[in-house]
Unconditional design. Structure first.
Length: 109
């Protein structure tokens, strides 16, 4: 596993999504309202829209263009028009820095 530092944990505010591109992979890094950091694919599976420009609501990230919400923990869409999940990446926080491996996704359960 090749972990890559993507940002400091304090650079992401609760309820905020930030887009990062790691090894050519666009990823939305999100801190939900309870302070948990998640990383999911940044591209909506419905319409090639950047999810990091959307809205964090509880444990979901909503696409600003079409309203599809994706679970942060699983990547599964919660409503139409999206029906395909986005990838989810395992986040590791060490000494206040956020790391992930952009080549390894969490299996969808």
């Amino acid at each position: 596993m090749a972990l890559v530092k993507i940002c400091g944990e304090d650079e992401i505010k609760p309820g905020q999504a930030v887009k990062v591109v790691v090894e050519g992979v666009p990823i939305a890094v999100v801190k939900n309202s309870d302070g948990t950091v998640h990383a999911i694919g940044d591209t909506c599976t419905h319409g090639e829209i950047s999810l990091s420009e959307g809205f964090v609501e509880g444990d979901t990230l909503e696409c600003w263009a079409h309203g599809s919400k994706f679970e942060l923990a699983t990547g599964k869409p919660q409503n139409f028009p999206a029906f395909e999940p986005v990838p989810v990446y395992q986040v590791t926080i060490t000494d206040g820095d956020v790391y992930l491996d952009p080549q390894v996704t969490v299996p969808i359960s």
